[in-house]
Design a protein around this ligand. Structure first.
Ligand SMILES: Cc1cc2nc3c(=O)[nH]c(=O)nc-3n(C[C@H](O)[C@H](O)[C@H](O)COP(=O)(O)OP(=O)(O)OC[C@H]3O[C@@H](n4cnc5c(N)ncnc54)[C@H](O)[C@@H]3O)c2cc1C
Length: 432
């Protein structure tokens, strides 16, 4: 049988297990069906299985095939738009509700790793690196904001201190979040999938959902989903296909936009070179609108990502595109050999806030983490399980965020958004 492989990444090459779950070829009946085996799908599945629910996950390709098996691996706290924006745009109550959850996702990941003994190269500590005074002042405000919401693990770095953390002359300071960190993302997804299966959960790979019958007017409102060779009828359906779901659910694709971002890994560096770059092994993201993110992997490669392609997909040469960024940050690595280069799509919303809600009483969706989804997807898994158990307050706080289509409609949303990004890029360059 021809199966869709994982993208040719460093992560796929160093995965703890090769996935080989069966394709769905029968008609199943279950309590919960989940479309998509990324973090949103698998973390929800695991929370639900822990609560005793019978759960079936349908994955179009493979576990972690999408962003969850390809990302930078950075556990970044809070959301792609920070809590102060939520307070200002949606009011103090919603700001507080979401702010109170902003650090939970990272803790869930650490608990999962411990509880299920998941080997995914976890290392604590993430640095936000500032190029100019404006960005450093923003980081000072971020520190005060996050402390207000209970994060007491933050450390401001001046120019000398950040130079001792990152062997680059580009930054004038930064913020170290000791409760951030990094992981091998595909191995986290595979470990969580195995934990879910150990509790009786079922995952079918190569089983793309091609049709959804909402059945909202039938008794019980039980949805039914169809793959090429099978179907699942369920009490509740969760849509967790994110940027890879295409136009299957038009109301969701109308208010979100896939975006590509790309990553390379160098060849294995000798231990002393790897240590010289980031001596304490933290991960780094810079403060630009289109940001660079990087870290040292478990086997001493520099993993470096950056850029955004609006509309999704990759530039003609990922290596060429990223090399310029990497060598500007670390000129001492000029000409270093790259072993892997890949891209992946995340899902952007206009507000840059996650898009959670219900299509009907029995069909939920969660998507659109806008580039910062490793921790939030893990929070969301818990919220989905809480909701199905009858406690919807926290899910509904997210669901109350209004989402709008991108300006320009399907034809012009990509160029319009790219022009907006150019403007913000210029502000970064000018430090305003
Ligand atoms: C290159 C890259 C780097 C990133 N770096 C970071 C980072 O360092 N830190 C961070 O916080 N965030 C990062 N992100 C974002 C983060 O990875 C995502 O927000 C998160 O993984 C989204 O998880 P998900 O489960 O919602 O979606 P995905 O992981 O994309 O999973 C969706 C799954 O649904 C499946 N699917 C889609 N349609 C169907 C269908 N019809 N039937 C069945 N299955 C279907 C797909 O095959 C896929 O496996 C990055 C993203 C990318 C692409």
């Amino acid at each position: 049988m021809n199966r869709t492989p994982h993208t040719n990444s460093y992560y796929a090459a160093t995965a703890n297990q090769k996935t080989d779950r069966p394709r769905l070829t029968e008609a199943l009946d279950t309590q919960i069906c989940i479309l998509g085996a990324g973090y949103t799908g698998i973390s929800s599945a695991l929370h639900l299985a822990e609560a005793g629910f019978k759960v079936v996950v349908l994955e179009a390709a493979r576990i972690g095939f999408g962003a969850s098996g390809r990302n930078g691996g950075q556990l970044v706290n809070s959301y792609s738009r920070d809590i102060d924006t939520i307070e200002n745009n949606y009011g103090p109550d919603l700001g507080k509700a979401l702010g109170d959850m902003a650090f939970e996702g990272g803790n869930i990941i650490r608990e999962r790793i411990q509880k299920y003994n998941i080997n995914c190269d976890y290392k604590p500590g993430g640095i936000f690196a500032a190029f100019n005074e404006k960005q450093l002042n923003d980081l000072k405000e971020q520190k005060a904001l996050w402390e207000r919401y209970g994060n007491d693990q933050l450390e401001l770095l001046d120019a000398d201190q950040i130079r001792s953390q990152i062997a680059s002359d580009r930054y004038i300071g930064g913020l170290l979040d000791h409760s951030g960190g990094h992981i091998h993302p595909l191995n986290l997804a595979l470990g969580e999938a195995a934990a879910f299966e150990s509790l009786g959960g079922q995952i079918f790979e190569d089983s793309k959902v091609i049709r959804i019958d909402r059945n909202e007017n039938s008794p019980g409102k039980r949805p039914q989903v169809f793959t090429e060779q099978g179907s699942v009828t369920c009490d509740y359906l969760l849509l967790a296909g994110n940027a890879y779901m295409g136009g299957l659910v038009p109301e969701l694709s109308a208010k979100s936009m896939p975006c590509g971002t790309q990553i390379v890994t160098t060849e294995v560096l000798d231990e002393s070179t790897a240590r010289s770059l980031i001596p304490n092994g933290h991960c780094v993201e810079d403060c630009n609108y289109k940001l660079d993110y990087y870290r040292i992997t478990g086997d001493n490669r520099l993993l470096y990502g950056g850029g955004v392609t609006y509309g999704g997909g990759d530039p003609a040469s990922i290596e060429h595109f990223i090399r310029g960024h990497l060598e500007k940050t670390f000129p001492q690595l000029k000409g270093v050999k790259f072993d892997y280069a890949w891209g992946g799509d995340f899902l952007l919303t206009m507000s840059r806030l996650p898009q959670l809600g219900r299509l009907t009483d029995t069909i939920y969706y969660a998507q659109g983490y806008s580039g910062h989804g490793v921790t939030t997807t893990h929070l969301v898994g818990k919220l989905v399980a809480e909701t199905i158990k009858g406690h919807a307050e926290r899910f509904d706080a997210f669901a109350s965020l209004k989402h709008y289509p991108f300006p320009g409609g399907r034809m012009f949303r990509v160029p319009y958004t790219a022009i907006g990004a150019l403007y913000y890029g210029l502000r970064d360059k000018l430090g305003i």
